[in-house]
Ligand binder design. Structure first.
Ligand code: P1T
Length: 379
């Protein structure tokens, strides 16, 4: 089945009791048993809920995976992956990554005895050099948040496969429309469902997708034991959002291209970070592992002054200043003071998160209107 057909149909069946074409919101905490242990596959909604089951199946299908697991937030899903580890284990991670992930790794799990090494994954040799006999997880984010670096997933899989080591890929920025890490050898795909999958800025959720049955069981055990699961209303909203994922992504990509190319020519703009440019450091890898380049990009204002960035951010009218990304409406953010504020200044400067860096999540509005908005704000 092709992607667009899966986006509309995967995981969902008409409700057997009524024929309702949309999966109902099963707003129930528990399920009646006819005798102890005699039930219809559902006992308690932390463990299973039919609305969540439909969504988990849909997400697994979109990522060409066997098992999907949903969590209350993207962070709860990353938390579940790290809980597969034990004290003394080591993780090698991207050095440019979402600030919340960095915070979870360094502030929550390091005190429990898990060691994290952050490297520039643009060159697989850096990862190979950081792997030790204690490394049990390689954590990749690609494209990275916020400087849109690209990590070669297949090259990472060559380093981890056949060893007692998992490869996990945060696929939030690409969405399954652009990239399927399991097909490239990853063991776990993670999504902040909050973003492109939900697509309408009305839900916070996370998901993991895997192929291996035993790994799925271990993650489901953590999901149920730790309890960071989403409610059925949120699952319904994401099921609804998924049905237009392919249509939204087409427009995010075409608008993204138009805006990235326009920004690159603007005299007041410094650097533009977008993997679709042939001059992007890992454009060849992006071309190989992604179907298009998406609507996420970052840029600096010439001179790299914080006050210029602040003025620009307060002058846009269509682009809204807000955390998050991947919704139908265009958003912009200032990573240094917003999404990546939890990363120490000297660490973020090393990965290009300078004071004037502005991140755009290009929405599905008219590209000309969006460009007019950027033009007047830059003026
Ligand atoms: O916000 P939450 O659903 O918990 O997802 C966390 C997360 C994980 N991974 C990536 C790549 C992300 O971008 C995020 C969340 N990011 C933002 C809120 C942001 O504005 O970048």
């Amino acid at each position: 089945m092709k992607f667009s057909t899966k986006a509309v149909h995967a995981g969902v069946e008409p409700d057997p009791s009524t024929g309702a074409i949309m999966t109902p919101i099963f707003q129930t905490s528990t399920y009646v048993q006819s005798a102890p242990g005699h039930h219809k596959g559902y006992e308690y909604s932390r463990t299973h809920n039919p609305t969540r089951t439909a969504l988990q199946r849909a997400l697994a299908a979109l990522e060409n995976g066997k098992h999907g697991l949903c969590f209350a937030t993207g962070m709860a899903s990353i938390d579940a992956v790290v809980k597969l580890l034990k004290p003394g284990d080591e993780v090698v991670s991207t050095n440019d990554l979402y600030g919340g992930t960095y915070r979870l790794f360094t502030k929550i799990f390091e005190p429990f005895g898990v060691k994290f090494t952050f490297v520039d994954m643009g060159d697989p040799a850096n990862v190979a050099a950081a792997i030790t006999p204690k490394t049990k997880l390689v954590w990749v984010e690609t494209p990275t948040n916020p400087t849109l670096r690209i990590v070669d997933i297949a090259a990472m899989a060559k380093l981890t496969q056949g060893k007692d080591m998992l490869l996990a890929v945060d696929n939030t920025f690409a969405s399954p429309y652009l990239q399927n890490p399991l097909d490239l050898g990853a063991d776990i795909v993670m999504h902040s469902v909050t973003k492109f999958l939900g697509g309408h800025s009305d839900v916070v959720m996370g998901a993991l997708i895997v192929n291996d049955d035993d790994l799925a069981d271990r993650l489901a055990f953590i999901q149920n034991s730790c309890g960071g699961t989403p409610g059925p209303q949120d699952c319904f909203l994401v099921l609804r959002g998924l049905k237009t994922l392919h249509l939204r992504m087409e427009r995010h990509c075409s608008n993204g291209r138009a805006i990235a190319e326009w920004l690159a020519k603007h005299p007041k703009v410094g650097r533009v970070y977008w993997p679709g440019f042939p001059s992007h450091g890992n454009h060849d890898v992006a071309k190989r592992q992604m179907r298009d380049f998406g609507g996420m990009m970052s840029f600096t204002i010439k001179g790299d002054k914080l006050e210029d960035a602040t003025k620009f951010l307060s002058s846009c009218k269509l682009f809204t200043l807000a955390e998050s990304l991947g919704g139908v409406e265009s958003l912009m953010g200032h990573p240094a003071s917003m999404t990546h504020a939890s990363i120490p200044r000297e660490v973020r400067l090393r990965s290009g998160v300078t004071d004037s860096l502005i991140r755009l999540s290009v929405g599905v509005e008219d590209a000309g209107d969006l460009i007019d908005d950027l033009e007047q704000a830059l003026a």
